[in-house]
Design a protein around this ligand. Structure first.
Ligand SMILES: [Zn+2]
Ligand SMILES: [Zn+2]
Length: 77
């Protein structure tokens, strides 16, 4: 699950974790997440490693293991 933004990230879109039909530019992703979080009935857990990660509780363990390995290599800021 690569979530690094490439240099041309303005051209790409992130998929909303609350609704996969939402495609959002990275610049708007944080705001979109917050508003979708309020509107959605879906309960997702915030990743402790990355603000932009919202994880299905059933998949949390697997995600954390994967995300921790990214964390070790260092997130790009
Ligand atoms: Zn959304
Ligand atoms: Zn994560």
């Amino acid at each position: 699950m690569a979530t690094f933004w490439p240099d041309d990230y303005q051209k790409i879109t992130e998929t909303c974790p609350y609704n996969p039909t939402h495609k959002v530019t990275p610049a708007k992703f944080a705001m979109h997440l917050v508003s979708c979080e309020k509107k959605s009935k879906k309960i997702l857990v915030k990743c402790p490693y990355n603000f932009y990660h919202r994880i299905d509780p059933a998949l949390l363990d697997a995600h954390l293991a994967e995300c921790a390995s990214f964390k070790k290599d260092g997130w790009k800021s």
